[in-house]
Design a protein around this ligand. Structure first.
Ligand SMILES: *Cc1c(COP(=O)(O)O)cnc(C)c1O
Length: 348
């Protein structure tokens, strides 16, 4: 990113951009179309909901955390009537609950679900949920923002129609870009019922990808430096091997969980449902997370996040994603500091 800027058009640039989208296709495990959006992951969720939902449609949306609630808000912003499939925050969905919701609303226009619920550190069983949706003539959109690159993800094999990720989570690139993968079925649905608007309208993106393919395959200026960085990170994962990178995330999650349990911290999410990318940790009785978070920042210069919803102030979250964030050397100083705090050496 520190190199002098190059133009966001022309043959050389198109090659670089296309290598990035081709690499992302392999990570999504899809032969569908992939676009890189300037904006964050949410921009792509917006485009995905716009592709599938119209005013008055029913959208079945999984809700077991903040990002599920966000999907509800996005679906409603396109006029959809949302039927939520709820699960307790801190637990994963029952795939059968989606089957029941579809039985009750067979004319639903789409099912929307978050793969890794970053607000609670729960990995939802998207493969099983996709299996209950498959064969029902309802498209499935998945927020894979903190799962792609950290968890197994098989878009075509599982039957996902739209999948979304962002540059800055498990892919380990700087923030500023989102990516969206689109199946053939999603394209035919859009042809029948076109999305609204311009920059979050996938038909506009497809149009430019086709008609300006040789020099500028997107509708507006690309964030050149960010795409270069993302390309580098995506190619690095592919060189390393996707499975190796996933195992690196799994290993980081195990490392964090074992160490914190040994220090006496409780982990509200069970091992079977735990995310590879983020861990929710409950403070011992008498301690609260804003105090720990403030102490870590002041004394150690390490910043971690509070929990959300019913876990706020009682729990905190540790992210362990990307090439650097999953390394033991990265996590060790944080865990050592938390151990020091947990041992009661923190100022009252
Ligand atoms: C971070 C995150 C988002 C939001 O992504 P942005 O890139 O900030 O727009 C959405 N969903 C999940 C699951 C996330 O972890």
């Amino acid at each position: 990113m520190g190199r002098p800027l190059i133009a966001h058009y022309g043959a050389e640039w198109v090659e670089l951009y296309n290598e990035t989208t081709a690499g992302l296709q392999r990570l999504f495990a899809t032969t569908g179309t992939v676009f890189v959006f300037v904006g964050s992951g949410t921009t792509c969720l917006d485009a995905g909901a716009n592709a599938l939902l119209k005013p008055g449609d029913t959208a079945i949306v999984g809700v077991n955390g903040f990002f599920g609630e966000r999907l509800v808000a996005i679906a409603e912003s396109y006029g959809a009537r949302v039927v939520p499939v709820d699960a307790e925050w801190g637990t994963a969905f029952e795939p059968g609950a989606f089957a029941a919701a579809l039985d009750a609303k067979p004319d639903a226009a789409a099912v929307l679900v978050v793969h890794n619920e970053t607000s609670t550190g729960v990995l939802n069983p998207v493969e099983e949920i996709a299996a209950t949706v498959r064969g029902r003539d309802v498209p499935l959109m998945v927020d894979a923002i903190t799962s792609l690159g950290g968890e197994r993800f098989v878009m075509d094999g599982w039957g996902i129609d739209i999948a979304v990720t962002a540059s800055q989570k498990c892919l380990g690139a700087p923030p500023g870009l989102g990516a969206i993968a689109v199946s053939d079925r999603a394209w035919s649905l859009m042809e029948k019922r076109p999305p609204v608007g311009f920059m979050a309208n996938l038909l506009v993106w497809r149009d430019y990808k086709e008609k300006w393919s040789d020099w500028h395959p997107f509708p507006a200026t690309m964030a050149v430096g960010n795409v270069r960085a993302l390309r580098r990170c995506v190619l690095r994962i592919l060189e390393q091997g996707i499975d190796v990178r996933i195992e690196q995330h799994a290993g980081a999650a195990r490392f964090v969980r074992e160490r914190l349990r040994a220090t006496g911290f409780d982990l509200p999410v069970g091992d079977a449902e735990a995310s590879h990318a983020v861990t929710l940790v409950r403070c011992p009785p008498g301690q609260d997370s804003p105090d720990l978070i403030g102490w870590l920042k002041d004394k150690h210069g390490i910043q971690i996040a509070n929990a959300l919803g019913k876990f706020k102030d009682r729990c905190f979250r540790i992210g362990h994603m990307g090439e650097v964030g999953t390394k033991k050397e990265t996590l060790e100083p944080l865990l050592a500091a938390i151990e020091q705090y947990g041992a009661g050496r923190a100022p009252a």
